[in-house]
Design a protein around this ligand. Sequence first.
Ligand code: GUN
Length: 292
Amino acid sequence: MSAVIMDGKALGLKIREGVKEKASALKEKGITPCLAVILVGEDPASLSYVKSKEKALHEAGMESRDIRLPEKTSEDQLLSIIADLNNDEKVHGILVQSPVPKHISEEKVNQAVSPKKDVDCFHPESVGNMVLGRQGFFPCTPHGVLMLLREYDIPVAGAHVVVIGRSNIVGKPMANLLIRREYNATVTLCHTGTKDLKAFTLQADIVIAAAGSPGMIKPDMIKDGAVVIDVGINRVSDTSAPKGYRLCGDADPAVMRKCSFFTPVPGGVGPMTIAMLLNNVIEASNKFEKKI
Ligand code: GUN
């Protein structure tokens, strides 16, 4: 079997075109969608992520409020900046790039962002709404995965999906979205405490790898014809690469000989995250317009 490569870059661009139209409709009503993007510290990977997010916002005709804070910023200073942004009517969404420096509590930061502006879906109220099947923001990366599955007509309802990884950003929300009634999947959530990972992945119609472990998913772990969605973005050193590293997913690309569909790294799930973030900024701006 040779796998269909799922093109997240193309779908991401298509979604961003739709976002641009929605942004333009809002602008005609006098609202320019604006996302505050906060980066604390100088981590190069985080800096490159926030720059991509800001560029994508501008390309879609939206605004970004770029806030760069030094590593030594105190927790109180950051919380006070977030409080000001919560009250700022020109800002519709707030994103604090994760991870924040160790002396700042990520939990307090997540709770400080108003749920109305929580485009990452990190606030406990947003997470609660998502788990309870209520309306609200969907977290960007898991939502991007669902959009990719839909684009390629891959049935999710009734499918057995094995999610690998229990992070708050991907694994946990991914599993919770999949069991909402509108997706109706049967989900197994595996993690570092799982004893025989292969015994579970071999039963999966869809494997979603979000473990942060380069190349850990091997062909002998995949059922013939299964779908492999690779959410891992790992930097592995490569002296022959211009930057001294290359990006590598959690799946060994050799799994392609076993599966029916496969997301590449880069160019699979990654571009979908930004597209769904922009979509959430539109949603936040719409709520602002309707005062809900
Ligand atoms: N760090 C890694 N992924 C994300 C994300 O989706 N949002 C934020 N705020 N930080 C991240």
